[in-house]
Design a protein around this ligand. Structure first.
Ligand code: CIZ
Length: 313
């Protein structure tokens, strides 16, 4: 077993990577990283993807330990799907401001105002909110999940109003929206898109459905992060403007070395996503620290909604 490392010491990257590899083997761990993670964390991971893909990996892996490099709700989702596994979150302070915009009590009050309506929650929500919901979705399958509900029924959709209004337009369904939003995506403005388009007139503009409705209207493609990776790979275009959290540029550039990718805005950086570092991954493995556990009664109710998400689209 490798010796421990003091949290204060700065190590050469090579040494750090070597120690992570040794501890990973010792713990029989798998490392999952979201598309928005730091490039060096993505490079280290066994699997990089969006929350739907990572949830599927978490459910499928036989590894007893999962190091989840993402924000809190993602690690919680993995733990709910695999309660018998140890899910470690390298930085437990990495939360999601959008998920924090609604809690279970607020959702219960909304349901009481609109009785009998099914509830779809975006995966960017707490386990308690998922436990109050009928179905969960990601940006990759929101239209499919909403479309799976019996036609003619109004649907409560929380917490992201921009993803919700885009989904309503795509499906023609009436959604009762909660007024939440992602501060990182909301900072991309129509002016940003105009400016990058002028600078790169040949580029196709891909934006995330969490962006402002005016930004979504200007795009050539509206895609989740996994959808953006697929779109860029399959397109004949050589240049792309990317309207989402800037961490995705690392993966897009790595997978498409002969294509050019420009951020719609450098300000679209989620500080929470960047909290997981190589050092914190090592400490998580070394000390088996920051295990994410969801109360079993909450997990059991949230699991139904999450399993519907994993099965859909
Ligand atoms: O589903 C996810 O992982 C999120 C939050 C965004 C995306 O499009 O990947």
């Amino acid at each position: 077993m490798p010796g421990g490392v003091g949290k204060g010491s700065r190590m050469a990257k090579e040494e750090l990577l070597g120690m992570i590899a040794r501890w990973k083997q010792e713990r029989q761990a798998v490392i999952l990283a979201h598309n928005y993670q730091l490039g060096e964390v993505q490079d280290l991971a066994d699997f990089v993807g969006d929350s739907l893909e990572l949830s599927r990996q978490a459910a499928r892996t036989e590894a007893p330990v999962i190091v989840f490099c993402g924000v809190r709700f993602m690690a919680e989702t993995a733990s709910i799907l695999s309660p018998q596994k140890v899910v470690l979150h390298p930085d437990p302070s990495a939360g999601c401001p959008l998920a924090n915009m609604i809690n279970a009590e607020q959702l219960r009050a909304l349901k009481a105002e609109h009785p009998g309506r099914p509830v779809v929650c975006y995966v960017n929500s707490s386990a308690e909110v998922k436990a109050e919901s009928d179905l969960c979705c990601t940006s990759a399958n929101a239209p499919a999940v909403v479309g799976s509900i019996e036609a003619g029924r109004e649907i409560i959709f929380v917490p992201d109003k921009f993803l919700g209004s885009w989904t309503a337009a795509r499906t023609g369904r009436k959604l009762i929206l909660w007024q939440g939003y992602c501060p990182t995506h909301a900072c991309i403005t129509p002016g940003d898109i105009e400016r990058v388009r002028r600078a790169h007139p040949q580029a196709l503009v891909m934006v995330h459905p969490e962006c402002l409705a005016e930004v979504v209207q200007m795009a050539d493609a509206v895609e989740s992060t996994s959808g953006m990776c697929r779109f860029a790979r399959q397109s004949n275009a050589r240049e792309f403007v990317v309207g989402t959290e800037v961490g995705i540029l690392h993966r897009l550039r790595k997978e498409n070395p002969h294509k050019a990718f420009y951020p719609a805005s450098d300000a679209a950086l989620c500080p929470n996503m960047k909290r997981n570092t190589l050092e914190k991954v090592l400490w998580a493995l070394e000390e088996m620290q920051h295990e994410v556990k969801v109360r079993p009664d909450v997990a059991d109710r949230a699991r139904r909604a999450i399993e519907a998400m994993v099965a859909s689209g």
